[in-house]
Design a protein around this ligand. Structure first.
Ligand SMILES: C[S@@+](CC[C@H](N)C(=O)[O-])C[C@H]1O[C@@H](n2cnc3c(N)ncnc32)[C@H](O)[C@@H]1O
Length: 561
């Protein structure tokens, strides 16, 4: 092994590819092998995906200086190739969450998941969140997105990307699939398993993946994938759809994994992927020795898809779409959610009672848990997670104060949820009728999709849309709240173009000086207080206005570096 030059005298990574990898690829690809190998010397392609929660491709093209060099990615509605040398991560539109930088082939799995408004969707192996934000764009704020990764460190990036994209209906978990399956049995309409894999398809994009490949054996990956798929299957409602994807070429992790799954799950079938130019049908001949599967089911593996770097502009991927037979028994998620809305002003208690009732309903349905799972769930209840989920829900704090006559009188300090309602009434238009039920964990308030079952015992990173925190008897709005708003929803806002110096200064955390005339204030509201800062009409954070000055409220971790 060693660096090599190609025939043009340029650096070639081909010499760095492990020999057991290239030999195996030659067997799989036959005549196409040479073309495949030359793809390693072909220029890399770059992709971004427009965030449909904020705008569509046409609207983005109207405001983006980058737009000219972009081209449509054939299999992704909102996906665009952009030219090498562009730096989309270094633009205010990135900080406004207008797009996500994503490898083009990686956009395929969610396109095949067929997410519809109102669906309950699980993204089980989600960090850093590329596909979760894509799912959120398709849900358009309806239904529920549960997004999870078992690597705690990686969930930080996941939560941040969800918040940057302005997602309002997601819950972020840091759990093993088994623990989630105990709470969400047969609950989801759609599940994405973007599995941890040996990453062979990413060697070209990231050479360090070669070292990872050598460390983590394919066999180890197949064991993990099988385990994840087992629990995912238990969470899919009858009639639901599950997408399994990898970024590797190895048949053990692709066709063979799916063949084994079909063998062990007679209630699942392959939903054939539509043909798109450059996509190759899955290879039933690589599915291994699964005689017991029967010819028809074995051949159905041709309905899965391989994305090869020498056949299209993108890296290597494999995608299988699996449908579960049957019809979901219970009322649809959307109907349950509708029953819980709209929330009346100050109706925290009523809302929570309703939510508990809904949770109880869901729990009732979950009686299908077998005794073993119940014992496991009980064990988890006792585990102390990092948000203390399941404790201290919206309990108003009571403090004792001196009465005028020196008597001790009980006064009630507003709970975080009550403070949220007060804030929402004053600072955001129609906030009280937004979907979601406010729940407090400690001093933090989240808007949680109403139909969600109780998350007791699970490690929760975000219990919903994090809207802010109670501090010293006041409510402090969060940065994720700003990112999930539109300019029109803010009672007070200010907007500059993305290229205006004020925008950059705000993103760098500086104090801004503005005239009152620059601010847009809803009728009846004063100019003093929280103001939503926007670039080209899209929120980039909160400031606090007083006397011609905007104090910068952008958290340090979100600033332009
Ligand atoms: C291919 S990456 C996911 C990429 C992600 N879907 C995206 O589009 O941004 C696979 C992820 O699976 C996670 N993972 C590995 N084992 C897991 C498990 N048992 N349960 C949940 N996630 C797991 C890894 O931490 C990793 O973040």
């Amino acid at each position: 092994m060693g660096n090599e030059e190609n025939w043009q005298g340029e650096y070639s990574m081909i010499g760095n590819l492990p020999r057991n990898f290239t030999e195996k690829m030659e067997k799989i690809l036959g005549e196409e092998y040479d073309k495949f190998m030359s793809s390693y010397d072909a220029p890399r392609v770059y992709g971004l995906r427009i965030n449909r929660l904020k705008l569509d491709v046409k609207q983005w093209r109207e405001i983006s200086p980058m737009s000219e060099g972009t081209r449509q990615i054939p299999w992704a509605e909102d996906g665009l190739y952009y030219a090498e040398g562009e730096r989309p991560g270094k633009h205010p539109h990135y900080h406004a969450g207008l797009y996500y930088i994503q490898e083009p082939s990686a956009m395929a799995p969610v396109e095949l998941l067929d997410v519809q408004r109102g669906h309950r969707v699980l993204d089980l192996c989600a960090a850093p969140g590329g596909k979760s934000t894509q799912i959120a764009g398709k849900l358009q704020g309806s239904g529920v997105l549960v997004t999870n990764d078992n690597a705690r460190e990686r969930t930080k990036a996941l939560a941040k990307n969800i918040e940057l994209a302005g997602v309002r209906n997601a819950v972020v978990l840091n759990e093993e699939p088994e623990a989630i399956a105990a709470v969400f049995t047969e609950w989801f309409d759609r599940i994405l398993v973007d599995a941890p894999c040996s990453g062979e398809g990413m060697f070209r994009k990231d050479e360090s993946m070669i070292g990872e490949w050598e460390k983590h054996s394919i066999q180890r990956c197949t064991i993990m994938q099988h385990d994840i798929l087992e629990h995912a299957a238990a969470m899919l409602a009858p009639g639901g759809r599950m997408v399994y994807s990898t970024c590797t070429f190895s048949p053990e992790e692709n066709e063979q994994q799916i063949a084994r799954f079909l063998l062990e799950h007679p209630d699942f079938t392959i939903i054939a992927v539509p043909h798109i130019d450059g996509w190759e049908a899955g290879r039933a001949d690589l599915a291994g020795d699964v005689g017991a599967l029967g010819e028809e089911r074995l051949l159905s593996i041709k309905g899965t898809v391989r994305l090869w770097p020498h056949r299209l502009e993108g890296e290597g991927h494999y995608v299988a779409v699996l449908g579960r037979s049957g019809i979901r028994e219970e009322a649809s998620g959307a109907a349950i959610a509708a029953a819980a809305r709209p929330l009346a002003n100050g109706a925290a208690k009523a809302a929570n009672a309703k939510r508990d009732a809904l949770s109880a309903g869901v729990k009732h349905r979950e009686k299908k848990l077998d005794a073993r799972e119940e014992r496991r769930a009980a064990k988890r209840q006792t585990r102390n997670d990092w948000l203390n989920v399941g404790t201290e829900r919206n309990k108003p704090k009571r403090t004792v104060a001196q009465g005028r006559e020196g008597e001790a009188a009980q006064i009630q300090e507003a709970s975080p949820v009550e403070l949220w309602y007060q804030f929402a009434e004053q600072f955001a238009v129609n906030a009280l009728s937004w979907p979601g039920v406010p729940v407090a964990f400690g001093s933090r308030v989240y808007l949680q999709p109403a139909e969600l079952p109780a998350l007791d015992g699970l490690r929760v990173v975000r219990a919903g849309w994090y809207v802010g925190e109670a501090a010293r008897g006041r409510f402090e709005p969060s940065h994720p709240l700003a990112m999930g708003l539109t300019q029109e929803e803010a009672v007070r806002s200010v907007n500059w173009s993305a290229s205006d110096e004020q925008t950059l200064r705000f993103l760098k955390g500086e104090t801004l000086f503005v005239g009152e005339a620059d601010m847009k204030v809803q009728a009846g509201a004063g100019t003093k207080g929280y103001v939503l800062i926007c670039a080209d009409g899209f929120p980039i954070g909160w400031g606090k206005y007083a006397g011609g000055m905007i104090k910068n409220e952008l958290p340090a971790g979100w600033r332009w570096m």
